[in-house]
Write a protein that binds this ligand. Sequence first.
Ligand code: ADP
Ligand code: MG
Length: 308
Amino acid sequence: MNYALELTGVSKVYNNHINKKKKRALHSLSLSIPSGSIFGLLGPNGAGKSTLINIIAGLTNKSSGIISICGYDQQLYPEKSRTFLGVVPQELNLDPFLSPREALEIQAGLFGVRKRERETTKILEKVGLSDVKNAYARSLSGGMRRRLLIAKALVHDPPILILDEPTAGVDIELREMLWNYIFELRSSGKTIILTTHYLEEAQKMCDRIAILNKGSLVEFGKTKTLLHRLKNKILIIHLNKKIVQMPNFPTTVIPKIKSDGSLELSFDRTVISTEKLIDICRDNHLSIKDITTCEPVLEDVFKLAIKD
Ligand code: ADP
Ligand code: MG
């Protein structure tokens, strides 16, 4: 397999020069991200997501370990590795007096993109900033600034795009637009690495995810595989009449009567089937109006992973 990014034993210790304390932010992380995938880095606040993203981006020094970007050791080839990456930081830091067009031109200059090879107009169009291309950045809305940062990260056409919390505080419309654009970039062969707080979003959009907790990697794999591993399932049975007596379910099933009078059954789908549970209800003369089931969601994977 072709890997866009490979980490081996990456650790980070922050040294506080004032109180002389050390803060271990990453514990020997190893993971590989195949080219052309959307990879989501998840974890609670303070887990080390930004630290890891910044180390990959070359903005923070790692304490130990090896990082290989498109096959190049980042430490041995720092300049080369930098050209493989487009980085969109968490903070909306932009020069307030530059217009989007100027910001992109300057960024292209920094990456040594020749004038005739620049695609400023096309990129501005792609991120929907053509109309404001000559306005001061300080007059742009938060959403526009976010899009400008993405545009800046793409000027040198890097194979890997790194986004730290791209959809934080972004309204639904822009979020959809960003995701469509991210999909488009993936179709063109780019690898996308992002952090997000939105688990539902990560479940829908990311091919692979990693969950960090307190600086350690607690889950890593294809999103589908991680979800499939969860055996817990929930069946909600809406009834025509209130339950008088709870049927005797096997001990592996956890029954609960919900506030609306429906019966919620939580069970291990590898031990008992939905059909069997419905049979038990029928045998106990419960009159079933409707049933709904809930499949495991990424939030369940997340909760299990960060449990101490
Ligand atoms: P996340 O992005 O997942 O919220 P961070 O990578 O920002 O987490 O932080 C991970 C841990 O490292 C936190 O405990 C944070 O306080 C600490 N940390 C982050 N940056 C620094 C720094 N510059 N100096 C010291 N500690 C830091
Ligand atoms: Mg962060």
